[in-house]
Design a protein around this ligand. Structure first.
Ligand SMILES: Nc1ncnc2c1ncn2[C@@H]1O[C@H](COP(=O)(O)OP(=O)(O)OP(=O)(O)O)[C@@H](O)[C@H]1O
Ligand SMILES: [Mg+2]
Length: 257
């Protein structure tokens, strides 16, 4: 029995949950019709690769924005975030309190990378500076080397001193991926990162993206319409179902996973 404590500590089945949500709800209202996203239970373990695949309007961005602490849940039974194995889970629901919202911004900056559907690059910064943004905000060192290495992996090293307007859509998406990964976040959230690309380019970039997060051991959650090639990448798919009330006034999507 001497080693029992150690055995418990290193048990490989022990999963550290980066997200733990219970009974989280977000409602949105526009012109008399309402939308509600309900998450009875969602648990994402560190290192997992998650896909959320669904039609337009089903609530993908709503969920991702909540997971990135951009959108406040209307209700939450529990919303815990544990970006570091060695730390205790953080009670995000309590952080939405006004006096502590700046902590949410800090957590986002440090631990989350977000790839937006439209890229969201800063037009007046070069590719190099766009990719360095998150590192600069965290006052990380050795930026040039890290950025060049990442740009090499993404096949955009030769574009580092150009502005986004001089790049193709696919190249811009690669820059957006680089920017989300440069500060080595614990988790990368990608909202349809390849939606504006043709299917072949989309598949290529998605493969590269998943390869990179795998190599860097970063947890990833990606929303996409692209059923086919996402399936090939072996991501765990969150299940969801959308229903409309009989009077047509409320659409509700329930997500679990
Ligand atoms: N700012 C907002 N105000 C009110 N309703 C909103 C707002 N943003 C989204 N909605 C509604 O919430 C629902 C879910 O939207 P969401 O953007 O999460 O969907 P999505 O799955 O990301 O769609 P898409 O695939 O088109 O990006 C939609 O019915 C939408 O009309
Ligand atoms: Mg969306």
């Amino acid at each position: 029995m001497e080693n029992s404590t150690e055995a418990v500590l290193i048990r490989p089945s022990d999963k550290v949950l980066i997200y733990h949500l219970r009974d989280v709800v977000r409602t949105r209202e526009a012109e008399g019709t309402g939308f509600r996203l309900r998450v009875p239970s969602l648990q994402i373990a560190m290192g997992e690769k998650i896909a959320l695949i669904g039609h337009s309007g089903c609530g993908k961005s709503t969920l991702l924005d909540m997971l990135a602490f951009i959108l406040q849940p209307t209700e939450s039974g529990a919303f815990r975030f544990r970006p570091e194995r060695s730390d205790e889970p953080i009670d995000i629901a309590a952080y939405w309190d006004k006096s502590r919202q700046n902590h949410l911004g800090d957590l986002r900056k440090k631990y989350i990378g977000y790839v937006m559907q439209t890229g969201g690059l800063v037009p007046y910064l070069t590719v190099r500076d766009n990719i360095s943004l998150s590192r600069n905000l965290l006052q990380m060192t050795n930026n040039d080397k890290a950025v060049e290495e990442l740009a090499g992996h993404l096949g955009i090293r030769r574009h580092l001193d150009k502005y986004p307007s001089a790049l193709s859509t696919g190249e811009r998406q690669r820059v957006a991926i680089g920017r989300a990964l440069a500060h080595r976040p614990s988790i990368v959230i990608a909202d349809e990162p390849t939606a504006s690309l043709d299917p072949i380019a989309a598949e290529k970039i998605m493969n590269l993206f998943i390869e990179l997060v795998d190599e860097l051991n970063i947890t990833v959650i990606v929303a996409s319409h692209a059923w086919r090639h996402i399936k090939k990448l072996g991501l765990r798919q969150l299940s969801h179902r959308t229903q409309r009330t009989s009077d047509g006034k409320l659409t509700e999507t329930v997500v679990t996973g």
